[in-house]
Design a binder for this molecule. Structure first.
Ligand code: IVH
Length: 719
């Protein structure tokens, strides 16, 4: 029977997938695996009636746009108490022993990725949900299916009929570096670290993209009702038998000394792991003991995370380069003797500015400590003075631009030096063009940094307006392009003429005018003409515009060359006028809002709604505010202040109702579609950030909370 044939193939492929990806011990050749996969694909295509979302053929993902439904966790995903101090860790153990006597502990690595909860029903992956705020997360099942180490169907028959298993989605260093290399080539923003990359990838809209990103997943906790285990080690052991990837590093420890030794070992050994870890998690092993210890409102009392100090490496500072950014800002960059740090080879580090160099008294030839912060490029944190040579000289900061020789200037209140030769300095010119084509600005695809440099050096594009004069025949002969890409680029340039005014304004690259300011300016002045004519006084009247920004705007438009470029852009047909598109209705006209807390949609999306319905967003609660839209976990101070000022506090539902009422009262013919698009952009941008922020958010106890805390509500069944 066809159906049976399909099912056998699926089981076989899933088993070999496990042997290859989880056990790293393939039993059949890649060729044979592919052959079986093609056979299954062909059968599934011929028999769509037997389609199954958990078929191994689905692991390649699809290009369809994913929607991330917000889902309530059946058992909240709690956080862990953490410490950087061994003394505090010892106190944790003493407290436990005071309460329950001698206990057994499992020490595990603390994986530095993004948490996930997988639900299995009858041995099949049903759902995968991100941690979100701990109570609700996003349904990312389609994307999770593409991770090869996550079983779509379980092995054996002894698994519970319904359970959740939790773990960490990781991006191994190798995948991380590959992706960042590709992004760099494409002129896209780089991921700061593997954690951001993993979280960002899980929120990708096309699962086919996720499939190519090389994610991995290690599971470390089960949750469910009536799980038949007495201890964590037992549960992990069983989970591994069902086909989950668990960690080999987990150890059972009985004494403080054993725990300390585990920590000391991994603090060093983790440097050789293929993925990022940021500490050790110490958990009581026995579930009955766990139940006796219980939970605080935020975290279990039976577990704690010991966090490693950021890894440091000592290496020689060989020379300093001075980079010139698109605004002319000079960034000193240290060239280092290559050194291994947190999984990657480090050759460069940022030095920020002259002041920082002076403060640390950094000199060429010094042995320096480097550390990875949240940023992409590591930083120098200290100099090892004991190794400084007697001849070493304090560093002389440059006085002229390394690219064009113009004397550098410093603006008041700015730590950086600037090259003022805005229109004659190559990296500034190229940087501005690259900024202009960015996704958040004109979104011109297919043009990376290298192509822009080529176009500039071949005198095809000297400023942003030249892009609109380009022809495919000029592009096609350039290295790595060819006719097809050339045509795609030209099409993308043509399409960019539809980009709304606020993004064009952002794309111009006026100093200090970021995305948000550009939006406010577009809203306030409505046309570029009016913005160009605005006086300093008129400029500072606009939301979010202070004197510094106002001066930068005046300076930009005072430059004849900029005015000429703008004229050419106008002729090319770019949008220099805020259209009704920004206005979905006038429902909230004249009203000011503060939005705070977490909502079922991204906060940025909610703010975009306020604006698109004519309202204004303010950042702080004050007498000027009409409404405070209060989400989950809004700070109590904000609420108190709003109550004192008599500001109406709205829940998300009340806010939506307010718009609906307003719309009914004040209808307006609006281009709904455009407003929707603006919201989508905002939501997309907010997406990954929201997920990252959630990592540290602790679910607050709530009287109305329906979900039982794992191990509390369902006596004797969970841990
Ligand atoms: S156990 C009740 N084990 O750390 C808490 N968490 O700070 C259950 N994490 O959200 C978590 N490695 O994302 C546990 N071996 C490990 C872990 C681990 C990483 C993460 C997890 C959690 C966060 C808590």
């Amino acid at each position: 029977m066809i159906r049976q044939q399909i099912e056998t193939l699926r089981r076989t492929l899933e088993l070999h997938n496990y042997k290859y990806y989880v056990e790293n011990a393939p039993e059949i050749s890649d060729f044979e695996f592919d052959r079986l996969m093609h056979e299954l694909q062909a059968l599934e295509e011929a028999h769509p009636e037997y389609a199954d979302p958990n078929s191994p053929t689905r692991r390649v993902g699809s290009d369809l746009t994913n929607e991330f439904r917000s889902v309530e966790h059946r058992f909240p995903m709690l956080s862990l108490g953490n410490t950087y101090s061994l003394d505090e860790l010892h106190e944790f153990i003493e407290r436990i022993e005071r309460e329950v006597g001698q206990a057994e502990y499992v020490c595990e690595l603390k994986f530095d990725g993004t948490a996930i909860s997988l639900t299995y029903e009858e041995g099949r992956l049903l759902r995968a949900v991100t941690r979100g705020d701990g109570r609700r997360g996003d349904d990312v099942t389609e994307n999770i299916r593409t991770i090869r180490t996550i079983p779509l169907t379980l092995q054996g028959e002894e698994y519970p009929a319904y359970f959740e298993i939790r773990g960490e989605v990781l991006m191994p260093y190798a995948s991380f570096e590959k992706i960042n290399r590709e992004r760099e080539e494409q002129g896209e923003a780089l991921f700061a670290n593997p954690r951001n990359a993993a979280a960002g990838t899980l929120k990708q809209q096309a699962s086919a993209v996720v499939a190519r990103r090389g994610l991995d997943c290690i599971l470390y906790q089960l949750a469910g009702e009536n799980l038949p285990f007495a201890s964590h080690t037992e549960a992990l052991h069983e989970a591994a038998r069902w086909g989950f990837k668990t960690s080999d590093a987990a150890r059972l420890c009985h004494t403080r000394e054993e725990i300390d030794a585990f920590i000391a070992y991994w603090d060093e050994a983790r440097k050789g792991l293929p993925f990022a870890t940021d500490g050790i998690v110490i958990k009581v092993n026995d579930f009955a003991t766990r139940r006796r210890l219980g939970f605080t409102s935020k975290a279990p009392k039976w577990a704690v995370a010991y966090k490693f100090k950021a890894e440091q490496a000592l290496t020689r500072l060989e020379s300093i380069d001075y980079q010139v950014g698109r605004t002319g800002a000079i960034t000193p960059v240290a060239n280092l003797a290559p050194v291994q740090l947190a999984g990657t080879t480090v050759k460069r580090a940022t030095l920020h500015n002259a002041e920082q160099i002076a403060q640390l008294d950094i000199r060429v030839g010094d042995m320096v400590y480097v550390e990875k912060g949240g940023e992409i490029i590591p930083k120098i944190t200290a100099v090892e003075l004991s190794q400084r040579s007697a001849e070493s000289q304090p560093l002389q900061y440059i006085e002229v631009c390394p690219e064009c020789g113009t004397p550098l200037v410093r603006y008041e209140g700015e730590a950086k030096h600037y090259c003022p030769n805005t229109n004659g300095c190559r990296p500034q010119i190229i940087g501005r063009i690259i900024h202009f084509i960015r996704r958040k600005a004109m979104d011109i695809e297919g043009l990376g940094e290298e192509t822009i440099e080529l176009l500039y050096d071949n005198h095809l594009v000297e400023h942003i307006a030249d892009l609109y004069r380009l022809q495919a025949v000029q592009l096609a002969p350039l290295p790595r392009l060819g006719e097809k890409s050339a045509e795609n680029i030209i099409r993308s340039i043509r399409r960019s003429k539809e980009v709304p005014f606020e993004r064009v304004l952002f794309g111009l690259g006026i100093r200090f005018v970021g995305e948000t300011t550009a939006r406010y300016l577009a809203d306030h002045f409505r046309t570029l003409e009016r913005l160009m004519e605005a006086s300093r006084e008129a400029l500072v009247e606009a939301e979010e515009v202070g004197e510094k920004i106002a001066d930068a705007i005046l300076e930009y438009f005072a430059d004849e060359r900029n005015r000429a470029i703008i004229e050419q852009l106008r002729e090319a047909g770019l949008s220099f006028e805020a259209t009704a598109r920004q206005q979905a209705s006038e429902a909230l006209a004249g009203k000011s809002f503060v939005v705070s807390g977490k909502f079922s949609i991204a906060r940025e999306e909610l703010k975009a709604m306020i604006e698109s319905h004519g309202g204004k967003n303010l950042s702080a609660v004050s007498g000027n505010v009409d409404y405070l839209v209060a989400g989950e976990k809004m700070g109590p101070e904000k609420r108190k202040k709003a109550e004192k000022l008599g500001i109406r506090i709205l829940s998300e539902e009340e806010f939506m109702a307010l718009i609906a009422e307003g719309e009914a009262a004040r209808p307006m013919a609006a281009a709904e579609e455009g407003a929707q698009a603006a919201q989508e952009v905002a939501a997309e941008e907010a997406g990954a950030a929201k997920e990252l922020a959630a990592e540290e958010v602790i679910p607050a106890p709530s009287a109305t909370d329906k979900a039982p805390i794992a191990g509390e509500a369902v006596q004797g069944s969970l841990f």
